[in-house]
Design a protein around this ligand. Structure first.
Ligand SMILES: [Fe+2]
Length: 332
């Protein structure tokens, strides 16, 4: 993806070490003026990376993509929502969050400012597991942090406006693929997940066609159960611990197809649909093309899951809410 601006800053490792997530494009200057791309916006800054560069005393070339004021603004709104009690106030404040989201991103801003605010406010997953995700696949953390943030906006658009519920959506979505953290994880497994998310039911067949090993197929097929196990054993992550079941349903459809169990027809609720939709927007991938034009990306999003209820309904409400604020703010 092309950098959001041409502003290149010199960033010594000591300044960079204070961050938890990479908030720009990061290059290491090499000899003869050559630059090496080392990190993308949204990637996790793990301890070994920071340690290595602290030793080398690296000064990076850094192209920021976030806006500190936008991050602070969203954090303020989340804090305000947290202490509200009456339904009318909750609706108003959560509506304000979506409206602010729409205003910020109608202009083609990079999505990461909102994503960082959500991560700071809601993420309860420990550093140990954040590192595990990063070690499993550099892009797994990045996918999860984006998906979890969008679950907040999808949730609000679908009338989930309690702070604790939104926080649960965040941690559920974030941890959905934590079950992929396995020694047999590979590039094939990541691609199978991306295929599955676009075309439900295609992941396993894709792995077989690629002659993936049985252990890779197992990692893929068992990840919902493993993520579910993770959420059950980290009950502090959820205000409503029974929502851990959503991790099991992430690849089930209301038609009764899907895995790991093939649940009864019509059993998916809009709670699961919020998380499943958020998860489907993002791939475990090196490249993203939505970060600077997220609203357009949402409007044009196509996915076989959208033909299935209640995911299609949740998606339409999400679009409608964003469009509503788009019209209200007079941008479109
Ligand atoms: Fe998954």
């Amino acid at each position: 993806m092309k950098p959001a601006s041409d502003l290149i800053l010199k960033m010594p490792i000591k300044d960079f070490a204070k961050k938890k997530v990479c908030d720009g494009h990061l290059f290491v200057p090499g000899r003869e003026g050559r630059k090496f791309y080392v990190m993308k916006p949204g990637m996790y800054l793990d301890a070994s990376f920071l340690k290595k560069h602290a030793k080398l005393n690296t000064v990076f070339d850094f192209i920021p993509v976030t806006d500190e004021e936008v991050v602070t603004d969203f954090l303020k709104l989340f804090k305000e929502l947290k202490y509200l009690h009456f339904e009318k106030d909750l609706r108003m404040k959560s509506g304000e969050i979506v409206q602010r989201f729409q205003e910020v991103y109608a202009g083609g801003e990079h999505l990461l400012s909102f994503v960082l605010a959500c991560h700071q406010e809601f993420c309860g997953v420990s550093e140990e597991y954040l590192s595990k995700m990063h070690e499993t696949d550099l892009h797994l953390f990045r996918k999860s942090i984006y998906a979890a943030a969008i679950a907040i906006v999808i949730g609000i658009s679908n009338d989930f406006y309690h702070y604790s519920m939104l926080k649960d959506f965040y941690n559920l979505t974030f941890a959905l693929d934590i079950g992929l953290c396995d020694k047999d994880y590979s590039y094939f497994v990541a691609q199978a997940c991306n295929e599955e998310n676009k075309r439900p039911g295609s992941g396993k067949a894709w792995l077989v066609a690629q002659r993936a090993s049985q252990s890779e197929i197992n990692v893929f097929l068992s990840h919902p159960e493993k993520s579910h196990g993770f959420l059950k054993s980290h009950a502090h992550l959820l205000s409503y611990p029974e929502l851990a079941e959503i991790a099991l349903y992430q690849h089930e459809l209301s038609s009764g197809s899907g895995f790991p169990r093939g649940i009864a027809k019509g059993q998916i609720s809009s709670w699961e649909a919020v998380v499943m939709l958020a998860d489907s927007f993002f791939e475990i991938l090196d490249q993203y093309n939505f970060e600077e034009n997220f609203l357009d990306y949402v409007a044009q999003f196509e996915n076989e899951k959208l033909t299935s209820l209640p995911i299609g309904k949740v998606y339409r409400r999400f679009c409608k809410t964003l469009k509503y604020f788009h019209e209200l703010s007079g941008v479109g």
